[in-house]
Design a protein around this ligand. Sequence first.
Ligand SMILES: Nc1nc2c(c(=O)[nH]1)N[C@H]1C(S)=C(S)[C@@H](COP(=O)(O)O)O[C@H]1N2
Ligand SMILES: [Mo]
Length: 412
Amino acid sequence: MGSHSHSDRRRFLMGGAALAGVVTGAVRSVRGQTPAPEARPRDNLAYGQPSRFDDTIRKTTGRATAISDTALMTPLQDLDGIITPSGLHFLMDHVNGVPDIDPQQHRLLIHGMVDRPLIYTMDELKRLPSVSRIYFLECNANSRPLRGPNGESVQLVHGRTSCSEWTGVLLSILLKECGVQKGASWVVAEGSDANKYTMSIPLGKAMDDILVAYAQNGEPVRPQQGYPVRLVVPGWEAIRSVKWLSRIKVVDQPYMAWHESGNNADTRPDGKGLWFRFELGPKSVITRPSGGQRLPGHGPYEITGLAWTGGGAVRKVEVSTDGGRTYKEAELQQPVHRYAHTRFRIPWKWSGEEVVLQSRCTDERGEVQPTIAEAAKNLRVTPDYFYEADHFNGIQPWKVNRDGSIQNALFL
Ligand SMILES: Nc1nc2c(c(=O)[nH]1)N[C@H]1C(S)=C(S)[C@@H](COP(=O)(O)O)O[C@H]1N2
Ligand SMILES: [Mo]
């Protein structure tokens, strides 16, 4: 709708220009900016759409906070394999919505403590050596236990994570081209949202594996995910993965910019802050069967879900069908990619009795996903601390009732 009226207006402008015999360049110089390019219509033949019988869609809890305006969650229960379709990638935007960026006009500036500050066009970025990597993103606020009906589905509790094949240039290549100066220790990345979303990232990570990504699942990154270019910071809380990336400043200290100052610290009840916890712990969740679903009857089922970790690769996922008393190792979909969603599967037979299903992830460092009680004990807090905390990676129990209905059993 919006793009339709937009393109009508555009046609009108161009019609007027054609009558007056002026070219686009003249329009640009008069108006001081390039008119938005003609919107290309994309019907079901030009760009394929899902079946009209399929309602696999993102959803929101409708819960807005001071810094998060839009939060749309990935329908994990409806997806298979490890790749999230781009149109179902979760979406977190802070206050200012999705900028409408013309890639021809877009620039990436790298400056600060470098020998040669450089400005890259998109064409210049695409001439550099590229890599494609399968990485998950996960919002730091994902998996908070939720009270009430919003807490019943895997989508609304755990859907702030998605996994894509990202293609782009390693940030280290750009930084080396600019020549990082001695004494530099952080980079500050800025997006071109109207509010200049800004994040500090340690230089070590920037020189290691951060991607400056222009493609997602084989096509240009979607506008909602950062078109034409974004950072993808593997294994770290997704607030660092700056979308609509326009500037990187090399500096010698973190900046504590507006968006990060509230996020860098979780204040515990004892008043101690947990500063700069970038890395996400090992996590897994059963996506089918899961909360809100109903088993049609007893008999054989497949239990399946996703596991991931900021520690690199998932080494093992175990599944319990007796509330955590005993566990059996699930099969992992191969190959297991580092910093990617990992699909696990295990066959199961439901007897028709009440059971609690849950999964537990162990990563390549040997770190094990805790129960909520263990997570609370580790931080010396009570479990309800996690209602408002970040980086919660506790085990998710789903209770199957005798009638086949399934409930979130975390706080039952
Ligand atoms: N420029 C910009 N980058 C941003 C944000 C934003 O609002 N503006 N949101 C951040 C947050 S909080 C998250 S969780 C991730 C989410 O990425 P996605 O919306 O592509 O899933 O983007 C991060 N990068
Ligand atoms: Mo986030």
